[in-house]
Design a protein. Structure first.
Length: 90
Protein backbone atom coordinates (compact mmCIF):
# COMPACT_ATOMS: atom_id res chain seq x y z
CA UNK A 1 0.00 0.00 0.00
CA UNK A 2 1.30 3.44 -0.91
CA UNK A 3 0.41 6.66 0.82
CA UNK A 4 -0.50 9.25 -1.78
CA UNK A 5 -1.61 12.89 -1.78
CA UNK A 6 -5.31 11.97 -1.73
CA UNK A 7 -4.75 9.84 1.36
CA UNK A 8 -3.27 12.85 3.14
CA UNK A 9 -6.18 15.06 2.02
CA UNK A 10 -8.68 12.49 3.27
CA UNK A 11 -6.86 12.09 6.59
CA UNK A 12 -6.87 15.85 7.14
CA UNK A 13 -10.63 15.73 6.50
CA UNK A 14 -11.05 12.95 9.05
CA UNK A 15 -9.02 14.97 11.57
CA UNK A 16 -11.26 18.03 11.00
CA UNK A 17 -14.45 16.08 11.63
CA UNK A 18 -13.05 14.26 14.66
CA UNK A 19 -11.64 17.48 16.14
CA UNK A 20 -15.01 19.20 15.72
CA UNK A 21 -16.82 16.32 17.41
CA UNK A 22 -14.29 16.09 20.24
CA UNK A 23 -14.48 19.83 20.93
CA UNK A 24 -18.28 19.60 20.91
CA UNK A 25 -18.20 16.76 23.45
CA UNK A 26 -15.71 18.66 25.61
CA UNK A 27 -18.08 21.64 25.46
CA UNK A 28 -15.41 23.81 23.87
CA UNK A 29 -17.66 24.36 20.85
CA UNK A 30 -21.39 24.56 20.31
CA UNK A 31 -23.11 22.92 17.35
CA UNK A 32 -24.27 26.29 16.00
CA UNK A 33 -20.83 27.95 16.10
CA UNK A 34 -19.20 28.88 12.82
CA UNK A 35 -15.96 27.01 13.51
CA UNK A 36 -17.83 23.77 14.24
CA UNK A 37 -19.81 24.07 11.02
CA UNK A 38 -16.72 24.93 8.98
CA UNK A 39 -14.68 22.06 10.42
CA UNK A 40 -17.43 19.60 9.50
CA UNK A 41 -17.95 21.01 6.01
CA UNK A 42 -14.22 21.19 5.29
CA UNK A 43 -13.65 17.71 6.65
CA UNK A 44 -16.39 16.18 4.51
CA UNK A 45 -15.21 18.08 1.42
CA UNK A 46 -11.62 16.90 1.91
CA UNK A 47 -12.74 13.30 2.32
CA UNK A 48 -14.84 13.64 -0.85
CA UNK A 49 -11.75 14.88 -2.70
CA UNK A 50 -9.83 11.81 -1.59
CA UNK A 51 -12.76 9.61 -2.66
CA UNK A 52 -12.64 11.11 -6.15
CA UNK A 53 -9.31 9.32 -6.57
CA UNK A 54 -10.05 6.17 -4.61
CA UNK A 55 -13.83 5.74 -4.78
CA UNK A 56 -15.94 3.95 -2.18
CA UNK A 57 -19.71 4.32 -2.58
CA UNK A 58 -20.62 3.97 1.10
CA UNK A 59 -18.03 6.52 2.17
CA UNK A 60 -19.12 8.85 -0.64
CA UNK A 61 -22.76 8.71 0.46
CA UNK A 62 -22.03 9.47 4.12
CA UNK A 63 -19.59 12.28 3.32
CA UNK A 64 -21.89 13.85 0.72
CA UNK A 65 -24.70 13.84 3.29
CA UNK A 66 -22.33 15.17 5.97
CA UNK A 67 -21.33 18.02 3.67
CA UNK A 68 -24.94 18.84 2.75
CA UNK A 69 -26.00 18.87 6.40
CA UNK A 70 -23.04 21.11 7.25
CA UNK A 71 -24.00 23.47 4.42
CA UNK A 72 -27.55 23.66 5.81
CA UNK A 73 -26.05 24.61 9.17
CA UNK A 74 -23.84 27.24 7.54
CA UNK A 75 -26.83 28.65 5.65
CA UNK A 76 -28.81 28.89 8.90
CA UNK A 77 -25.81 30.51 10.63
CA UNK A 78 -25.41 33.20 7.95
CA UNK A 79 -29.18 33.75 7.81
CA UNK A 80 -29.26 34.23 11.61
CA UNK A 81 -26.40 36.77 11.35
CA UNK A 82 -28.20 38.62 8.55
CA UNK A 83 -31.46 38.78 10.53
CA UNK A 84 -29.65 39.99 13.66
CA UNK A 85 -27.93 42.72 11.65
CA UNK A 86 -31.27 43.88 10.22
CA UNK A 87 -32.77 44.00 13.72
CA UNK A 88 -29.78 45.99 14.99
CA UNK A 89 -30.08 48.52 12.17
CA UNK A 90 -33.85 48.95 12.61
Amino acid sequence: MTYEWHDLVGNIGVFCILAAYLLLQLEQLKADQLIYLLLNAAGAALILISLAVSFNLSAFIIEACWLLISLVGLYRYWNRIRINQKETIS
